[in-house]
Design a protein around this ligand. Structure first.
Ligand code: PAF
Length: 323
């Protein structure tokens, strides 16, 4: 899979037909991600920094920065004012429509299914689509399965969601799902979430355990339901302008560093998921673990009918059928 990803990047860079320029004594590159350094994204970004600096013998210095606005990072990569980003696919579908297919609720059975699909042909096909939209998709990372939190009541059945104001990502696939369940989806960037929850502009939000823990969302949310309603992929994206300046050896170093980022990021998600629910209980959250996912899927039938028309039904079927 890594070799295929490398081919995608190398071919795309070749297509730009820009001569590689030698790096000056030390070139500074920036990678942004939207969570605290001590998080699964911070782990990935730091591993990328360490590996890339080492593999390029100190010719590059990589600065890791936090930016909670994932849409803004995509825009900056497109215009070349940022070099790399780690983000969820939340707003990515607005730039690379093919990625929306990954955001369908209850599409992935479990983490192994998701990682297998993203590291295989399907994941590489979607990464290749980034290049057509002025972005370089380097490798798939992970955010994790998303769960619902709110300040009003325990959510056990789909009916319990009715009438709740839920902050969603700026993602039409997710918004349609919550609308179908009778919630009032309110899209906003992550940077606004704490204030919105504190002030009651929204009642709830949904994110993986690792995000809930690392951002102390328990301080503004009482109820957690382990809905696992959608797998949230993350992706390491590069600015084509940055990659175009790399030599072939630098590009190979970027791919190897990206693999190190993937390992560090996924290991951290797995570790956080193993301990996170107990930690959130300890901090006082009331956790509903017994969720009948089939009931939620059934309640989403009207949304699936729209996805079948608006998204790539063939691709979605291939993802579902993947081992
Ligand atoms: O909810 C979101 O916006 C995303 O899951 C987050 C927390 C920025 C991580 O990608």
């Amino acid at each position: 899979a890594g070799t295929a990803a490398a081919r995608v990047v190398l071919a795309a860079v070749g297509a730009l037909a820009v001569a590689a320029l030698p790096a000056s004594a030390q070139t500074t590159l920036t990678i942004q991600h939207p969570l605290p350094l001590n998080s699964h994204y911070g782990a990935g970004a730091s591993a990328f920094k360490d590996a890339f600096e080492r593999l390029t013998d100190g010719r590059y210095r990589v600065v890791v920065q936090r930016n909670d606005n994932e849409r803004e990072m995509m825009e900056s990569l497109q215009i070349g004012t940022l070099d790399f980003s780690v983000s969820s696919t939340g707003p990515v579908g607005n730039f690379v429509p093919e990625s929306k297919n990954l955001d369908v609720p209850f599409l992935f059975r479990d983490t192994a299914h998701a990682r297998g699909v993203l590291d295989g042909d399907i994941g590489n096909e979607i990464l290749a689509a980034f290049e057509r939209r002025g972005l370089t998709g380097v490798i798939w990372l992970e955010n994790g399965f998303r769960h619902l939190t709110n300040s009003r009541r325990p959510v056990v059945t789909p009916d319990d969601i009715k009438g709740l104001k839920i902050r969603t990502m700026e993602n039409q696939v997710h918004m349609r799902a919550f609308e179908t369940l009778g919630a009032l989806p309110t899209p906003m960037t992550f940077s606004e979430i704490i204030t919105a929850l504190q002030q009651g502009t929204v009642d709830g939000q949904e994110n993986p355990i690792t995000v809930i823990v690392s951002n102390n969302l328990d301080q503004v949310q009482k109820y957690l339901s382990l809905t696992g309603h959608v797998y949230s992929p993350a992706v390491l994206v590069a600015a084509p302008a940055t990659v175009a300046r790399f030599s072939a050896a630098d590009r190979a170093a970027m791919i190897e560093a990206a693999r190190a980022a993937q390992t560090a990021n996924r290991d951290r998600v797995s570790a956080d998921e193993a301990t996170g629910v107990a930690e959130l209980r300890r901090r006082g959250m009331s956790v509903v673990t017994d969720i009948d996912r089939a009931k939620f899927e059934a309640a989403l039938a009207p949304a699936y009918a729209v996805y079948a028309k608006e998204l790539d039904g063939n691709l979605i079927a291939r993802i579902r059928a993947a081992a």
